[in-house]
Design a protein around this ligand. Structure first.
Ligand code: SF4
Ligand code: SF4
Length: 197
């Protein structure tokens, strides 16, 4: 199943930009850690996420892989880096026993957004939206989304992830059109080299 969401399925009034506010404050958080459990689906890392982890943990991409601090998995037909999952616990490797994140300062974008998610529009823009039923805490304080994400330069971040997303969509289309498995594998290796190594 593809992870791309169709913007038509989300009511326009629910689509938000990073300069909007949303009721996402942490007041009411039950520390249940459900947001750090995988529930059968991997947390996929983009190239910005991996760069943060490289800087924060002081490893190259190869080093992160060798130390098993990231893993590779086939996501919608393409090999991509993901957060590792603790064996038998179905939770993120970086979730500590006290319920805190071991890599909080350089945690991935998907963790920063939660309980928001992102949707990409064909015109090159994208929106955030509040995911229904993903977090059991009652509505929190209104917070500006740019502040919630916690990046120094949100516009630079958004421009980067948009460019990365479009490159990934192109890769998926090119791989789907490949007649030989080895051609698709070469395209994917080139993509990993360009964006992650
Ligand atoms: S799922 Fe919601 S209530 Fe549970 S720890 Fe995450 S933010 Fe808090
Ligand atoms: S990186 Fe941190 S915030 Fe993200 S899922 Fe893992 S423990 Fe949770």
């Amino acid at each position: 199943m593809k992870r791309e969401l169709d913007a038509d399925l989300i009511r326009p009034e629910k689509l938000l930009s990073s300069s909007d506010t949303a009721g996402i404050g942490t007041d009411g958080c039950k520390n249940c850690c459900a947001c750090c459990r995988m529930r059968g689906s991997a947390i996929v890392l983009d190239a910005w996420d991996v760069q943060l982890l490289k800087n924060g943990l002081n490893f190259s991409f190869e080093g992160l892989l060798a130390e098993k601090l990231i893993t590779l998995a086939v996501i919608d037909g393409v090999v991509l880096p993901c957060l590792p999952v603790k064996e038998e616990e179905d939770e993120c490797l970086f979730l500590k026993e006290n319920g805190r994140c071991a890599v909080y300062d350089f945690r991935p974008g998907i963790c920063r957004m939660f309980p928001l998610a992102r949707i990409y529009h064909p015109d090159g823009s994208f929106s955030y939206f509040l995911q229904d039923g993903e977090c059991e805490k009652p509505g929190g304080a209104e917070i500006r989304i740019s502040a919630w994400l916690g990046y120094e330069n949100v516009k630079e971040y958004e421009s980067f992830v948009r460019t990365y997303h479009d490159a990934l969509v192109r890769l998926r289309n090119e791989c789907a059109a490949c007649e030989k498995t080895e051609d698709a594998a070469r395209l994917q290796m080139d993509f990993l080299q360009e964006w992650f190594f």
